[in-house]
Design a binder for this molecule. Structure first.
Ligand code: HEM
Length: 336
């Protein structure tokens, strides 16, 4: 490793610690103990995306849903017949990508048993998914920003249904979104940057129909949120009929295939598809961040998004041999 890289890696460790959202993570944590770990994860993501490119945004969402509940500890991956685990919370409805993590884990257990945590596999898979984001028909390496992921997370020892209530919800007003991010050690800039992950992927009409048919109007009736431009209401109604919960539509209108800042332009223009994206315009603080990334900070968007992903991936991580937690043998169950 060149001296500069060593200095950067050390700086990153220090920044994560001072920032208070992480423990002692480091880039290349497995370089001695399991040198192919990152390549194995990349190959598993690539295989999965070859069959189904929509798995890439799903993996990105999966890491968000892991990190915001008890920290990035793979608690979202626990599956139990009793259905009292995080993944059964309605806020985790439609989560996908767990099987990609499971597949990478199975290979890594063959190569280096008991070494690579599921929480790290998930963080690496999300990173790879961003870099592999899709064009219309093929996977390109340069879709989203590429970045180093600090690793060394351990897997958590609990997963409770109600803990996932802490997850932000599409219907949350901006102050609640801000406070949920603050509770995770993330600020308004992180909120805007990370929400911009919605530059890719799709939403079920389930998360859109309330805005179109069920918004409480001043006259006491229910209808479309008057803050949404009428033409866009008509467009969304044509995609999502009343009671249609399952049809999927792109989160980033007109630019769903590219990893770019168009989601922020859509937010600014009132063309956000889900309410929580539109809400970024509802506070001075978040509106200022949106404006900055559409203006002076525009060129920094990709790099800052990657940095925000690293901060998100550091939320309340468990680290160190003596730390609580374990390295699971399979990602869907605690060790016995
Ligand atoms: C600010 C709070 C957030 C809310 C309320 C929220 C809400 C949602 C909702 C409702 C969906 C549609 C889910 C579905 O129908 O399958 C979605 C999808 C998605 N979210 Fe978020 N999200 C938030 C933040 C984030 C963050 C921080 C990330 C990652 C950094 C993220 C990444 C994604 C991705 C990539 C998808 C598309 C998934 C797919 O196509 O399968 N979201 N989000």
């Amino acid at each position: 490793m060149a001296a500069n890289n060593v200095a950067m890696a050390l700086l990153l460790v220090v920044v994560l610690e001072v920032g208070g959202v992480g423990g002692q993570l480091e880039v290349g944590f497995y370089s001695d103990s399991c040198p192919d770990a990152e390549d194995v994860v990349t190959a598993a993501v690539r295989d999965a995306a070859g069959n189904d490119p929509t798995i890439l945004p799903a993996l990105l969402r999966l890491q968000f849903h892991d990190c915001f509940v008890r920290g990035c500890d793979a608690s979202v991956l626990i599956r139990r017949a009793s259905k009292d685990t995080e993944e059964n919370n309605s806020k985790n409805q439609g989560l996908r990508g767990q099987d990609v993590v499971d597949a990478a884990k199975a290979q890594l257990e063959d190569q280096c048993p008991g070494v690579v945590s599921c929480a790290d596999i998930l963080a690496l898979a999300a990173r790879d998914a961003i870099a592999m984001l899709l064009t219309r028909s093929s996977i390109v390496q340069t879709g989203g920003p590429a970045f180093d992921v600090p690793t060394g997370r351990r897997d958590g020892l609990s997963s409770n249904l109600r803990d996932a209530d802490a997850l932000p919800d599409a219907g949350d007003p901006i102050d609640l979104l801000r406070s949920r991010f603050a509770a995770a050690g993330l600020n308004d800039r992180d909120l805007v940057l990370l929400t911009a992950a919605h530059t890719v992927g799709t939403t079920a009409c389930f998360f859109v129909t309330d805005r179109l048919y069920n918004h409480r109007l001043p006259n006491g009736q229910r209808g479309a949120d008057p803050a949404i431009p009428a033409a866009f209401v008509a467009e969304l109604k044509a995609r999502c009929a009343p009671g249609d919960f399952n049809t999927r539509l792109p989160l980033d209108r007109g630019s769903e295939a590219a990893f770019d800042d168009s989601i922020l332009r859509n937010v600014k223009a009132g063309l956000a598809v889900i309410a929580s994206d539109a809400a970024l315009e509802d506070s001075n603080a978040t509106r200022a961040v949106v404006d900055a990334y559409l203006g002076p900070a525009r060129r920094r968007f990709r790099r800052d998004f990657a940095d925000a992903m690293i901060r998100m991936g550091s939320i309340r991580v468990i680290t160190g041999e003596d730390g609580d937690g374990e390295v699971r043998e399979v990602c869907s169950a605690f060790n016995t």
